[in-house]
Design a protein around this ligand. Structure first.
Ligand code: ASP
Length: 611
């Protein structure tokens, strides 16, 4: 029976998000309503619902079934008194069976205000079993009993859970609103090729052997970088793409070999134009999807980020900035400090009460190889104004009071101090700062602080290979006033590059590009590429630069990270429909996997080369 109601509105209630209403015209469909939309006002209606059995409860003579679909859950009621056959059929249904139920909407006597449909139930008069289900490997509940690997193996079942579904909905909305916004600002969405050419710069490429060209390979793009620049040379002015990117990197927590970027490029812009436009985009997304108005973005140089936060991804939601201590700590006879290039610390608010055991545990924490600290010195500014430290033997009360003043410490504060080489010490203190913020719950999840980090070094020297690498990528232009230093002191040249950091997470990065052939050539030369290598790998770009390349620049936002930020999860796996695990495996389809000898032969690959 088809219902004669007009357009129906289905609503998913995600109370922390400001989501739009989905409209589906069920009038023309098999079902009359979805499982999330019936309310008290619908009482008396004849309805047809389709969905999965979430659970059945039998109270002897009465059976209740929660029927679930993407939109919600509705209670179906069966009474032995009314129809014993139907009652028995309902009782026999297992979890995740797929059913069709027709019946009348009635007001529930025992209301459930936890769910939007909880004031009504359906007195079912016809029930059809459409498909049954094996025993499920984990419960399809918000609080499931399944571990992550198991849920990834059966991802199609995991997708039935609210949290996963909601995350994909957030992802959809972010993509949708991004397109909407960029379209309004004249960006056009253009897709660039997936089978491209390998270049050794950057991360490792995923390679695809070409059957038709023995011994030759395509590469999957690490990003559409050169293509988007060519689109600017092609006069398209403003481009974007929600692009799949592929990087064959060593496995690290929360890295996916394939990931998605909101990739953009613009002609005739400077850095500030890009900041303005992408601040508006991020503002638009927060307003539309989270109903949050963001504060203005701040701008910080790379040098300041390293100096005050020990990282180029500063989380500015809380203080505890790094404080340098060389002038106060050296030449007092404490060898550790005297021998170190750099002494600095953080002021942990109101932790002077920490016990010996707690300090020892923190000391062990900083000594872990991931942190790389050699030790930890503490200074406690006690409530009674006295000072106690682990270096009392070398520093008298006045020295330590000077330290406390230098840190602006108040009674009850704890100073944690580390020493060593400058950069590693800064990084370790940066990590300690984040760890203390976690322990003290200083990272307010309701607060979003956005920072542009700029003036990165253009180049990084690598001792192992004895050459420079581009810190962003080789197409990034140097800051104009540093151009003259390219020949004389390349490591002091700043890049016209920027990262967007939100709450300590790098959400994106980009740069103003080189658009001059000679400068691009010089850059490649500094990176150690011979003219032949440049011609081989980037000949197409060098050629294009001969034909009026406009000034241009752009940015790519990590779409998975952005989704994770909006979904309030730390893991990008949670916001990808079919993610790979931390070892880069898809445990559902079991990939990567060997291929048979015939395929290898066709691809001109020999197995013994591969073993
Ligand atoms: N293509 C760069 C990246 O993937 C971003 C950019 O410079 O626009 O990091």
């Amino acid at each position: 029976m088809h219902c004669n109601h007009n357009i129906k509105f289905a609503l998913i209630s995600l109370n922390f998000l400001n989501l739009p209403t989905f409209k589906t015209n069920y009038n023309i469909m098999l079902r009359s309503h979805n499982c999330g939309e019936l309310r008290k006002k619908d009482c008396g209606k004849e309805v047809i619902l389709y969905g999965w059995v979430q659970r059945t409860r039998d109270l002897g003579g009465m059976t209740f079934i929660d029927i679930r679909d993407r939109y919600g859950i509705t209670q179906l009621t069966f009474s032995a008194e009314l129809n014993v056959e139907l009652y028995k059929k309902a009782k026999s249904l297992g979890r995740e069976y797929v059913i069709k139920a027709s019946g009348t909407v009635v007001e529930r006597s025992n209301k459930n205000f936890q769910i939007p449909t909880g004031e009504v139930e359906i007195i079912v008069h016809s029930l059809e079993l459409l498909n049954n289900s094996d025993n499920i490997p984990f419960t399809i509940e918000d609080d499931t009993d399944g571990g992550e690997e198991l849920r990834m193996k059966y991802r199609y079942l995991d997708l039935r859970r609210n949290v996963v579904k909601q995350n994909l909905l957030i992802r959809h909305l972010l993509a949708f609103e991004t397109r909407n916004f960029l379209n309004q600002f004249d960006f056009i969405e253009i897709d660039t090729p997936i089978l491209i050419k390998s270049t050794p710069e950057g991360a490792r490429d995923f390679l695809v052997p070409s059957r038709m060209n023995p011994g030759q390979f395509y590469a999957l793009p690490q990003s559409p970088q050169t293509f988007k620049q060519l689109l600017m040379i092609g006069g398209l002015d403003r481009y974007f793409q929600i692009a799949k990117c592929f990087r064959d990197e060593d496995f690290r927590a929360d890295r996916q070999p394939e990931f998605t970027q909101i990739d953009c490029e613009m002609s005739f812009v400077n850095k500030e134009d890009i900041y303005e436009l992408f601040e508006s985009l991020i503002g638009h997304l927060f307003a539309k999807i989270k109903n949050i108005e963001l504060d203005d973005f701040s701008v910080m140089t790379y040098n300041d980020a390293m100096k005050y936060y020990g990282t180029d991804k500063p989380d500015t939601r809380f203080g505890m900035k790094l404080v340098e201590l060389n002038e106060f700590a050296k030449e007092k006879g404490f060898k550790v400090f005297d021998d170190a290039e750099f002494v600095a610390g953080i002021k942990v608010p109101q932790c002077a009460y920490y016990s010996r055991k707690q300090i020892d545990e923190l000391t062990e924490w900083v000594k872990r190889p991931q942190i790389g600290g050699k030790g930890l010195v503490y200074v406690k500014v006690n409530d009674d104004g006295t000072i106690k430290s682990s270096v009392d033997k070398f520093f008298n009360e006045d020295d330590l009071k000077n330290w406390a003043n230098h840190f602006n410490a108040e009674k009850g504060d704890l100073l944690l101090i580390m020493a060593g080489d400058k950069n590693p010490t800064r990084r370790a203190l940066g990590e300690l700062r984040l760890e203390m913020a976690n322990r003290l719950k200083l990272k307010d999840p309701a607060k979003y602080e956005c920072v542009w980090v700029e003036e990165f070094p253009l180049l990084e020297w690598d001792d192992v290979t004895g050459r420079y690498y581009a810190m962003h990528h080789p197409f990034t232009s140097p800051v104009e006033e540093d151009l003259s230093k390219l020949d004389t002191e390349p490591n002091n040249v700043r890049a016209n590059a920027y990262d967007l950091v939100i709450n300590g997470v790098e959400i994106g990065g980009g740069s103003i590009r080189i658009n001059n052939r000679d400068l691009q050539l010089k850059m490649f030369n500094i990176l150690g590429l011979s003219n032949e290598e440049i011609e081989n790998q980037f000949g197409f770009l060098m050629n294009a630069f001969c034909y009026g390349a406009p000034p241009h620049g752009g940015i790519a936002l990590g779409f998975d990270r952005l989704c994770a930020l909006f979904a309030g999860t730390d893991s990008i796996r949670d916001v990808i429909a079919f993610p790979k695990n931390n070892a880069g495996r898809d445990v559902m389809i079991d990939s990567p996997a060997p291929i048979d000898e015939k395929q290898l032969k066709e691809l001109h690959l020999k197995l013994d080369n591969l073993q």
